[in-house]
Structure formats: C-alpha cells, structure tokens
Design a protein around this ligand. Structure first.
Ligand SMILES: [Zn+2]
Ligand SMILES: [Zn+2]
Length: 185
C-alpha cells in the first residue's frame, strides 16, 4: 500500500484520512439541522475495500443529508476491479457502478443493521457497506467484452486475437463427442 498515491482531504468532503479514504467524519453533520447536506467526493487511484476487495479508480460523489433519523446518503460511485473473462480467460478491468441510497441511523440503535448505523464517534466507516454493493455489482459471468469470441474448442486459441482455421468448422464439443461415438460403430 505504501507505493500508492492517496489523495488527501478533498474539497467539500470530510474524508477522515488519506490512509482510510472510506472512513468519513460525519460528526459535524449530526450537529446541523434537518435538511442540511454536504457532498463527499471520492477520487482514489486504489482502495482496499473492507480489507479484501481491491478496486481501482474509485470515483464519485455521495451527498449526505441530515434527517430526523440520522443521515441519508445518496450518490453514485464508480470503480474498476480485476476480473477473469469466463469465455477467453483473459484478465481485464471490469467497470463497476454502485448507487448508494441508504439511510444511516443516528444515534445507533440496538438491533438495527450494523452497516447502517453511525457510531457515537461520528466516524462512519463505509467499508462494509460499499464492499457489499461492489460485490453485487460484479457480473456473475464476467466478460472482457460483450461480444468476446472465447477460446477455440479445438486448439484453444483466443479467438479475439487470432483466427485459427478451426473457426469455420468448429462444432459444439458435446456434438463432437456424439460424432466420435457414432463413427466408432
Ligand atoms: Zn473474453
Ligand atoms: Zn482453433
């Protein structure tokens, strides 16, 4: 982590420290009257979210508004995550987009969702909630591009890069098994 460049306090934000960009100091908002809002700007080259989810280019703005129950957070964050394409097995950067539309309660109430509570300290840790949102944004079948041509079933060549001669004659591998069974008779 030492080699990464962290942006320090950003305009309009209360991002606590550059080392913990997702820990927000929202204490000052809790002293404001209902309806008061403030934007928190995120612009980080690389962030480890929730201790195990590495994302790059985390950017966006989240608006926190004081309500009678706590703080309402609304905004959109974009990030990139390293993925492996299910078709061609190439490594690529997947764009992720998450919408925050959450009410964080204050004071913290026993029994309420711990991810959606602001502790007495006024330091809101967005790590666990953002981690959940980001994981849900990762496609179940990651593709390097929507029209990824995948690997040739015969020679294994990446058909996005090379055009092997099997391409035109390639048949479904399940049919190939059937064909070989039939030819044995
Ligand atoms: Zn692919
Ligand atoms: Zn081939």
């Amino acid at each position: 982590m030492r080699s990464l460049f962290w942006k320090t306090l950003l305009p309009g934000g209360g991002n606590l420290t550059s080392r913990h960009p997702l820990r927000l100091n929202v204490g000052f908002l809790l002293h404001e009257s209902v309806g008061f809002s403030r934007n928190f700007v995120f612009d980080h080259t690389a962030v480890l979210v929730g201790g195990d989810l590495q994302v790059g280019d985390l950017r966006g703005t989240v608006r926190f508004t004081r309500t009678t129950q706590g703080l309402y957070a609304h905004g959109r964050l974009h990030a990139r995550a390293h993925q492996t394409c299910v078709r061609c097995l190439a490594e690529y950067e997947q764009d992720l987009s998450v919408e925050l539309d959450d009410l964080f309660t204050y004071p913290p109430a026993p029994g309420a969702d711990p991810l959606l509570q602001i502790p007495e300290s006024g330091i809101l840790d967005l790590n666990p909630l953002l981690r959940e949102h980001l994981l849900l944004a990762v496609p179940l079948q990651p593709l390097c591009r929507p029209d990824c041509a995948g690997l040739c079933p015969v020679c294994g060549a990446n058909q996005n890069q090379t055009r092997c001669h099997h391409r035109e004659t390639a048949i479904d591998p399940r049919l190939a098994v059937l064909k070989s069974l039939l030819s044995e008779e």
